[in-house]
Design a protein around this ligand. Structure first.
Ligand SMILES: Nc1ncnc2c1ncn2[C@@H]1O[C@H](COP(=O)(O)OP(=O)(O)OP(=O)(O)O)[C@@H](O)[C@H]1O
Ligand SMILES: [Mg+2]
Length: 237
């Protein structure tokens, strides 16, 4: 690696999530792969769309790969925020790709490598700088070679990095005491929490892991505003 490339690794890009860049000391190191995990309704899709909208505002192309929700449904939900999502889609700065529909219509199981190749081809074709996969946990239901997952995923992540894209992999939290391969292989992990406390729903974000950066791992309060998810410096309770 050249000195220029090493220095570039000190660059940061904005997450687009208000308050989060500060917690990271100025944003995310680019051209890496991050995992966003959380239970249903915790804000994973919103986080992913915010991330692409931030890129689109800076003229960076974003690709949103969806597995079970159709692009139309996601766009309709995101219209409620001030993201200007339709403009970005119309101008081609954000592209939705319905991978779920493609896989379902083939009516067969796939290998991890086959699925990852489709995603990598798409990224290359679109010349994307930011990529979101929503959601990764659902991919497992299309795959026949579950044993080969770790190796295929490791290879996929290396190829994503070499394509110089910054990727968010969204994933359901299947079990809080069991870390799956994605946790270990990704460069950083954000956990979105929501839980009941004294009959009140508490929402929070946690930076569980961030390779190469010192960071606060404590739970931070979040709220959903018209501009999307907002992260506060304080604890949720
Ligand atoms: N316009 C809005 N203003 C405020 N809060 C909203 C708005 N739209 C959605 N929300 C909140 O965001 C939550 C859903 O966020 P999102 O769809 O990003 O979650 P998710 O983690 O992707 O969910 P799933 O696991 O079902 O895919 C809703 O349950 C709601 O509480
Ligand atoms: Mg979602």
């Amino acid at each position: 690696m050249y000195v220029g490339e090493l220095l570039k690794s000190l660059d940061r890009i904005s997450t687009g999530v208000e308050g989060l860049d500060d917690l990271l000391g100025g944003g995310l190191p680019p051209e890496r792969v991050y995992l966003v995990v959380g239970p249903p309704g915790s804000g994973k899709t919103t986080f992913g769309v915010q991330f692409l909208v931030e890129g689109a505002r800076g003229n960076e192309k974003g690709v949103f790969v969806t597995l079970f929700e159709s692009p139309e449904v996601i766009m309709r939900d995101m219209l409620r925020y001030n993201f200007g999502i339709l403009e970005h889609v119309k101008s081609g700065r954000i592209v939705f790709y319905d991978l779920g529909r493609m896989l379902l219509s083939a009516d067969r199981d796939f290998t991890w490598d086959e699925i990852f190749t489709v995603i990598l081809e798409l990224i290359r074709r679109e010349g994307a700088k930011r990529v979101v996969i929503d959601s990764f946990s659902l991919l497992e239901s299309f795959v026949k070679d579950s044993i080969g997952k770790k190796k295929a995923l490791g290879k996929f992540m290396r190829r994503l990095r070499s394509l110089k894209v910054t990727t968010l992999i969204l994933s359901e939290m299947l079990s809080s005491d069991k870390y799956t391969d994605e946790y270990y292989l990704s460069d950083g992990v954000f956990v979105l929490h929501h839980f009941l406390r004294n009959y009140q729903m508490v929402r929070a974000l946690q930076i569980l892991k961030m390779r190469g950066l010192p960071h606060d791992s404590n739970l931070k309060k979040i709220s959903f505003t018209a501009d999307g998810i907002k992260v506060y410096r304080e604890a949720p309770i």
